[in-house]
Design a protein. Structure first.
Ligand code: FES
Ligand code: FE
Length: 422
C-alpha cells in the first residue's frame, strides 16, 4: 500500500478507499489501535473494589476491573484456553470471572486460579502462572479518565496527549470534585468507518448549519455564531471551539450557562488563558476518543471499529460533581434528546454517515479523493490569538486543519514497520 499517495494532506486530499478497504482496516487494528493510547472509561465506573466494566480496545473486547486492593487493571476479555469471553456483561461487581466454556476461573487481577480437571486431566502439569488473562501493556489516568495501550514502548499518557492535555483539563477538572459519569452507556452500531465519526467530532463545525438546520429551525439550538476556531495540537488531536460556548438555546442552557459562568469566574482567579475554552467545544483525542462540551451538557463518545464499514458507538454523559441535582436531570434529558441512537443530532449525523458509506460501495466512487482543503495554509499559533503560551495552531471556525493533521498522524502510523507490539 502506498499511504503517501492515498493521504496527501499537504494538498488536502485523502483517498476514499481508506474508509472501506478491509486490508487497510486490518492494518489499522495493528498499527493504530495496537500502538496508541486508547480511552477505556472513567474511574466513576469503578466505584468500589471488585467493580468492573467491559469495553473495546480497537476490535478487542477488554474487561476493566478494580481489584480487591483498589487498583484499576485491564485485560483482554479472552480466555487463555480457547478464547471464550470470560465476561459477558457490560458492568457489575465480581471478584473473579469463570469462563462459560470449560470453566477456567480468573481472579479480577488476571490470575488463573481454577482449572477443572487440574489433577485428573492435566496431571498437575499445567503451569497456571503462565496462563493468566493477557493484561494491557500500560494503563494510566488523566483526571479520572482511564487510558491503556498494548504498546509497551508508548510514551507516557501525558506525552501522548501533548498540548491537548492543557485543553482537556478544562473539560474534566474545572470544578471542585471533578466529573462523574451519569449511569448508563448508550451503545449502538452505525454502518460507516470509525474515522468518519472521529473526524466529525474532531473538527467539523462546517456541517452544523446544513445537516442540523432543522434543529435550529425548531428552536432547540441557536444558530451557530460562526465565531470560533478549530485548534490542532499535533498527534492527530484537536478540537473546535465556538466562542462563548456552542449549542445554546432551549430552557436548560440558560441555567447551565449560569452554572458554567460561576465555574469560569472561579477559574479566572488563576488567570490562565486556557480557561477561555470553557466549555471546550467538540473534539477528538486520536484515534477514537471524542467529546462534546457545550452549554447544555458534556458527552464522551468512543467510536469502536467493528469492520471497515461498521462502527460501534458508545456514548456517555458526564456532569460536574458540583452540578446541583435539579439541573442534573435536565442536563440528562437534553443529552438524550440530542445524542445517542434517538437523539435529534445523532439521527441526522448517523443517516448522513451511513449514506456516505453506502455511496462508497461503487468502484468509481471509491477511486476518488475526499476534499480536505478548507483553510489550507491559513492557520496560526493559538498563542497569537489567545495570548499566553497556549499550545497548538488555530484555523477559523470552519477549517479542515484538524482533519489534515489527523490523517497525517494516521498515515505516519500506517507507514510504520510491521513489528507487532509485545
Ligand atoms: Fe475458557 Fe475453555 S475456553 S475454559
Ligand atoms: Fe453533527
Amino acid at each position: 500500500m502506498n499511504y503517501k499517495s492515498m493521504v496527501r494532506t499537504e494538498v488536502g486530499l485523502v483517498s476514499r478507499s481508506i474508509f472501506v478497504d478491509p486490508g487497510i482496516y486490518e492494518r489499522e487494528l495493528q498499527n493504530v489501535f495496537g500502538r496508541c493510547w486508547l480511552y477505556l472509561g472513567h474511574e466513576s465506573q469503578l466505584p468500589e473494589p471488585d467493580s468492573f466494566f467491559t469495553t473495546f480496545m480497537g476490535a478487542d473486547s477488554v474487561v476493566v476491573t478494580r481489584t480487591n486492593e483498589g487498583v484499576v487493571r485491564a485485560f483482554l476479555n479472552s480466555c487463555t484456553h480457547r478464547g471464550m469471553k470470560v465476561c459477558r456483561t457490560d458492568r457489575g461487581k465480581a471478584p473473579h470471572f469463570t469462563c462459560p466454556y470449560h470453566g477456567w476461573c480468573f481472579r479480577n487481577d488476571g490470575t488463573l486460579i481454577g482449572v477443572p480437571g487440574m489433577r485428573e486431566a492435566y496431571f498437575n502439569e499445567l503451569d497456571r502462572s503462565q496462563w493468566g488473562l493477557r493484561e494491557v501493556a500500560r494503563l494510566e489516568k488523566f483526571h479520572g479518565l482511564i487510558f491503556a495501550t498494548w504498546n509497551a514502548e508508548a510514551p507516557s499518557l501525558r506525552d501522548y496527549l501533548g498540548g491537548m492535555a492543557t485543553y482537556l483539563e478544562r473539560m474534566v477538572s474545572r470544578s471542585d470534585g471533578g466529573i462523574e459519569m451519569v449511569a448508563g452507556i448508550q451503545k449502538w452500531e452505525i454502518p460507516v468507518n470509525w474515522k468518519m465519526i472521529a473526524e466529525n467530532f474532531l473538527g467539523d463545525s462546517y456541517h452544523v448549519p446544513t445537516a442540523h438546520g432543522s434543529v435550529v429551525d425548531i428552536g432547540y439550538r441557536r444558530r451557530p455564531k460562526l465565531r470560533g476556531y478549530q485548534i490542532s495540537l499535533g498527534g492527530g488531536h484537536g478540537f473546535g471551539s465556538e466562542l462563548g460556548g456552542m449549542g445554546g438555546g432551549g430552557a436548560t442552557s440558560e441555567e447551565y450557562d449560569k452554572f458554567l459562568a460561576g465555574v469560569r469566574d472561579n477559574m479566572k482567579k488563576q488567570n490562565d488563558p486556557a480557561d477561555q475554552f470553557i466549555p471546550l467545544g467538540h473534539g477528538t483525542v486520536f484515534p477514537n476518543f471524542s467529546f462534546l462540551d457545550n452549554v447544555k451538557f458534556r458527552l464522551v463518545r468512543m467510536s469502536h471499529p467493528r469492520s471497515a464499514t461498521l462502527t460501534e458507538c458508545h456514548t456517555m454523559l458526564f456532569v460536574d460533581k458540583a452540578l446541583p441535582s435539579e439541573l442534573r436531570d435536565k442536563v440528562r434529558r437534553d443529552f438524550i434528546l440530542s445524542f445517542g441512537p434517538s437523539g435529534m443530532f445523532e439521527v441526522e449525523d448517523g443517516e448522513i454517515w451511513s449514506e456516505v458509506s453506502d455511496g462508497l460501495r461503487g468502484h468509481m466512487s471509491r477511486s476518488l479523493d475526499f476534499n480536505y482543503q478548507m483553510g489550507l495554509g491559513h492557520d496560526k499559533p493559538v498563542s497569537e490569538e489567545f495570548g499566553g503560551n497556549l499550545p497548538g495552531r488555530a484555523g477559523w471556525y470552519w477549517s479542515e486543519l484538524n482533519h489534515r493533521d489527523f490523517y497525517r498522524q494516521w498515515r505516519e502510523l500506517m507507514e510504520a514497520s510491521d513489528e507487532r507490539p509485545r
